[in-house]
Design a protein around this ligand. Sequence first.
Ligand code: CTP
Length: 409
Amino acid sequence: MQIYKVGGAVRDRLLGKPVTDIDWVVVGATTEEMLAKGYRPVGADFPVFLHPKSGEEYALARTERKSGRGYGGFTFHASPEVTLEEDLIRRDLTINAMAEDDQQNLTDPYHGQRDLEERILRHVSPAFAEDPLRVLRVARFAARYAELGFKVAPETLELMRQLSESGELEALTAERSWKEISRALMEDQPQVFIQVLRDCGALKVLMPEVDALFGVPQPEAHHPEIDSGIHTLSVLEQSALHKQPLTVRWACLLHDLGKGLTPEAEWPRHIAHEHKGLTLIKAVNERFKAPKDCQELALLVGQYHTHGHRALELKASTLLELLQSFDVYRRPQRFEEFIVACEMDARGRKGLEQRSYPQADYLRGAANVARGVAVQPLLEKGFKGLELGEALKRERLKALKAYKESAAS
Ligand code: CTP
């Protein structure tokens, strides 16, 4: 048997990037031989094994044939006769279809090295279509390597378009899609991921609510970029520039979905878009089974981002309601994430990327003031249960009024 390093490990070494995990392909071996050498099988039907010591993945060279729709529809054909070239041709991109032996000799039948040099993300063969998840993968690689100047080859974009139109994307499971989406959002240029999905028509299928924002105008005075879709991409870009966590990036992507529902006659204004967007945010959250913290923050940012921008003008009672809605007493981190999402929203506007956002510190201060109201004196006065809750609210309101006055003076 011959063993080769394949995929991302070869690609990233040639790019001079750190290699995190290594995948191996084994040519000329049977399952029985692998088991005899102590490799552990990953699953019953999968010709993939884990190395007994390193735990790295070793896959038997295989060809894939599709027997049905979606991911469950794969059958694998692995046998000692399958050659390295036959294995590589079924992979997604030429830059991922190179193999290296233990002497670092490169096997590159599909010109991955040339495409690396020319900064092109190009599919290897029509077998690309065997796995529709690759549409998301290519968009993710485009986001990851955008800073190096990589672009999707026109013929690959065309194939991605055909796959998007074919209905195959609908068959992807929420788990597989979310894994790609969440990884893509954590790249340095996540807006490129969304842009590439849009360019090939996949965004319309995966997140029609986000796609619908493109072509929808906003008032130029607040949004010099005008287009709601462009604004969303810029907010996402800002969230990555400021190294925000996934929760914030997800909330940034979904914060303005309500603008896609505004009747044209009302353009460029978007009355109550915050509230209107909530059902859409919920739908996207559920479609991808996003983790609970992402779901929660997206809904809260969707509902309250305008409150964030108007923080300094809010009445003390409205400020208190905002703080209560976020449960800032038990969930301080979530409120902080809301604040930064609002800040990204304010900066994701053409020419306003460097603006200051005094609302952020004002909101932090307000949360501290509300949290600073002590319960003990109220307990000592004999308040209990609901009455205690009401008394606490009154005290917090009083403190917020004083805070607002001192901030204004
Ligand atoms: N692969 C593929 N199609 C997929 C998934 C994986 O062709 N849907 C192939 C590619 O050759 C890829 C390799 O399997 O390089 C390993 O896949 P994976 O570990 O998911 O990705 P990497 O390319 O290693 O990239 P990353 O750095 O994002 O992990």
